[in-house]
Design a protein around this ligand. Structure first.
Ligand SMILES: Cc1ncc(COP(=O)(O)O)c(C=O)c1O
Length: 387
């Protein structure tokens, strides 16, 4: 962090300043877009610390330093998508290794594990990681990692971070948490002893639906060395412009997250009073089965709400009747979005597996944006009348 390094500062100050020093030649306050692929060596064997932009780029360095501070970690690595961040983590392992994974993860993560990594001899067991005894029972002699999404996409299940990290430590396993739904503003898994935290920065971290990106953060030097090696070896690095945009977006992360959170709380309360909503999944509601854990380990409940409307036709009518909420994949942007996970984001998860975790064909996921709350409440109320 530039001037604030000497003092311990709070999140909103870090979000604006961490990793960012005035540029050396001009004093530019905003980190420039270093749009270069290579760097001139002063003399043979003498570099500035930057030699080739896949390995390192100053705009990316600033973003990585900022993200490391926001997650209370020592090292951060940025990728060209959330999936390439997940890929870097799973590439820490080798043929014959076994991973215990949340049974509800983003559909693309499940597809990567089942349709790509299995081909290379990795083995996965999927369990409800909100129940620590199921996680413990799934551990085999060749288990190497516990991989958890919390809250999960799209069922909003919560796993107890303290219990997951204690179990992983005890059994000498790596623990990894996909923290996409909370963003570093509401949850810092490393503070609970988790080894690796990752994000699809496409979502809240960037927050404006205009960049695809991912990041991996850790405080473990050996893991950091390996992830850095994989980042450079696989090469799925973000473009300098994308790093610039994400760095800019991070400055308003606290403001955005507060607005997402308060809008979603108001909407969840309205939805829970409507008879057409058969089930509602939102960790901020007292009726959520892991509400008390959520309150302990999260500083807010986030902007994602899932509802079960009972059937595909009800879900379709509801989505089509919304005006402000756009029907779209993705989440975490300032604009409100609605999606039908079984046919969209989680289409690659087999129906049997979807049903096991309660993802029925009537499930709809709302990504609550930062628009005026009265407009959002009206939009939802009107759409529910169309069912
Ligand atoms: C929880 C979660 N993790 C990872 C990803 C993958 O990120 P990306 O789409 O940026 O590759 C997503 C995408 O929706 C997600 O929701």
């Amino acid at each position: 962090m530039a001037k604030t390094k000497q003092h311990k500062v709070n999140f909103a100050t870090k979000a604006v300043h961490a990793g960012q020093h005035p540029e050396e030649i001009t004093g530019a306050v905003t980190i420039p877009i270093f749009q270069t692929s290579t760097y001139s060596n002063k003399k043979l064997g003498e570099t500035t610390g930057y030699d080739y932009a896949r390995t390192a780029n100053p705009t990316r360095t600033a973003l990585q330093d900022c993200l490391a501070e926001l997650e209370n970690g020592k090292f951060a690595f940025c990728f060209s998508s959330g999936m390439s961040a997940v890929s870097a983590v799973i590439n820490l392992f080798k043929s014959g290794d076994h991973i215990v994974c949340s049974d509800n993860v983003y559909g693309g993560t499940y597809r990567l594990y089942e349709q790509v990594m299995r081909k290379y001899g990795l083995d996965f067991t999927y369990v409800d990681t909100s129940d620590i005894s199921l996680v413990e029972n799934a551990i085999k002699p060749n288990t190497k990692m516990i991989y958890v999404e919390t809250p999960t996409n799209p069922m909003l299940g919560i796993s107890d971070l303290k219990k997951i990290s204690a179990l992983a430590n005890n059994r000498k396993l790596i623990s990894c948490v996909d923290n996409t739904f909370m963003s570093p503003y509401f949850q810092n898994p490393l503070d609970f002893g988790i080894d690796i935290v990752l994000h699809s920065s496409t979502k809240y971290i960037n927050g404006h639906c205009d960049v695809i990106g991912g990041c991996v953060i850790t405080s473990d030097e050996s893991l950091a060395e390996q992830i850095k090696f994989l980042q450079n070896s696989i090469g799925a690095v973000p473009a300098p412009l994308d790093c610039f945009l994400i760095l800019r977006a991070l400055k308003t992360l606290p403001l955005r997250m507060k607005a997402h959170n308060s809008n979603a709380i108001a909407i969840s309360e309205q939805l829970s009073r409507n008879r057409k909503v058969k089930k509602i999944f939102y960790p901020g509601l007292k009726s959520h089965p892991q509400h008390s854990i959520a309150k302990k380990q999260m500083r807010g409940f986030g902007g994602i709400i899932s509802i079960d409307l009972g059937s595909y036709s009800a879900a379709k009518r509801f989505c089509n009747a919304l005006n402000i909420f756009q029907i779209a994949e993705s989440l975490g942007g300032v604009e409100s979005l609605v999606c039908h996970p079984p046919s969209m984001t989680h289409g690659s998860v087999p129906k049997k597996m979807r049903e096991k975790i309660g993802m029925n064909d009537g499930l709809v996921r709302l990504s609550v944006g930062i628009e005026d709350i009265h407009d959002l409440l009206n939009d939802i109320e009107n759409a529910l009348k169309k069912i």
